[in-house]
Design a binder for this molecule. Structure first.
Ligand code: AMP
Length: 371
């Protein structure tokens, strides 16, 4: 059975790596020919809206899924009459627009920060008054990893932020002085089975995920997050994996955004949970029984950004699991990740801090004296 995947990035690659042992095959669609997933699996290369490529994808695949949010709606419109798409295109459309996403959170009574749509400088000025300062001006579409965002700390920043982002649909939202960030990963199958992974605690730097530690033991937060993700999934009659990212402030969740796909904060589940988010996404969209989402030990996942530390240095770390996505280096680019698993949360946190320090300073693999 062949699964079609639109987008052949590292998420697609890890889906394929999880699916081959189950006897599944994959066919990707991507505009680039050199991709992380294309190194593993056949890929149709060209425009995402090319009717002949979409027809071929539909003809050869039992179900079509995606590995990124920005799949053009037009591609899904063309595919929908021909092949089953999971997760549902409506969830994707909502996640593609930060305003619709926030409106959905409100509709489903999921707490989120104050926000307003902004299309003119006057509307921005108005929004900074009604919502207050500081705030964050974001593009409604195509933003990711903190790109397309400007923090407005005082009235003096308004003109500059408008100049940088102004000529598109925007959202202005309250800046949340959060204590920390978490995410929940839910999975719901075509058989209606629902499960969540243990809560992830996420450390971002410059808007990009740097480290995830899981399970993050915060039972009340986890119960609330589980309720929220379930509500979103039921709303869409959702099939597959969905992640919601939250700010935590004074012991309460504030929803930031959702991702209708497997998520970077769930990479630790490959080695750190009984069944990975990638395998469970495939099981869910195929109507196979879900696997247990239970954690095995205490995991930390660190993204490798910009350049890869020497492979031998990473592999000299006891028990470290390396994932190299096969991408060429570029400043800030996600090139891979590593996961370590420890027997206690305390040991895990110490290990993660040490690894992060040494990866950041590029001293991993050198003698202690050089650190
Ligand atoms: P996003 O692309 O919205 O996930 O933003 C990336 C990161 O920027 C978040 O994970 C936060 O660390 C930070 N950020 C985004 N929006 C806000 C906000 N309203 N208040 C505080 N920090 C934010």
């Amino acid at each position: 059975m062949t699964i079609g995947i639109i987008g052949a990035g590292q998420l697609g690659r890890m889906l394929a790596l999880a699916g081959y042992p189950l006897g599944l095959d994959f066919l990707f669609l991507d505009k680039d020919s050199a991709t992380p997933a294309g190194q593993l699996s056949p890929t149709l290369t060209g425009s995402f809206t090319d009717p002949s490529l979409l027809n071929e994808l539909a003809r050869r695949c039992a179900v079509v899924t995606f590995d990124w949010e920005n799949v053009p709606a037009e591609a899904l419109h063309q595919l929908a009459p021909q092949v089953r798409i999971a997760p549902p295109p409506a969830a994707l459309a909502t996640a593609q627009d930060r305003l619709s996403e926030k409106q959905l959170f409100k509709q489903l009574r999921i707490p989120t920060n104050a926000h307003a749509a902004v299309e003119t400088l006057q509307e921005l000025q108005q929004a900074t008054q009604t919502i207050g300062l500081p705030g964050v001006l974001k593009t409604r579409r195509l933003g990711y990893d903190g790109k397309g965002q400007a923090v407005i700390r005082s009235a003096a920043d308004i003109a500059g932020a408008w100049e940088t982002l102004g000529s598109q649909q925007l959202i202005y939202e309250a800046f949340v002085p959060f204590d920390y960030e978490v995410s929940i990963i839910g999975v719901r199958s075509t058989r209606g089975e629902f499960a969540t992974y243990p809560l992830n605690r996420n450390l971002h730097r410059d808007g990009v995920l740097r480290v995830t530690t899981a399970p993050w033991k915060a039972p009340a937060l986890e119960a609330a997050a589980r309720k929220h993700v379930r509500r979103v999934m039921e709303h869409f009659d959702y099939h597959g994996v969905l992640a919601i990212e939250f700010f935590v402030r004074r012991g309460k969740l504030i929803a930031n955004e959702m991702a209708p796909r497997v998520h970077n904060s769930g990479h630790w589940t490959i080695e750190g949970a009984v069944t990975s988010q990638f395998e469970n996404h495939l099981r869910a969209i195929l109507g196979l029984p879900l696997g247990p989402t239970t954690a095995i030990g205490h995991s930390a996942m660190l993204n490798l950004l910009g350049d890869m530390p020497p492979r031998a240095a990473l592999l000299a770390e006891k028990g470290l699991h390396l994932h190299d996505y096969g991408k060429s280096p570029r400043p800030g680019r996600k090139l891979g990740h590593v996961t370590v698993i420890e027997s206690t949360a305390h040991k895990r946190d110490l290990r993660a801090a040490s690894l992060l320090r040494r990866i950041d300073r590029r001293t991993i693999g050198r003698s202690k004296a050089a650190d």
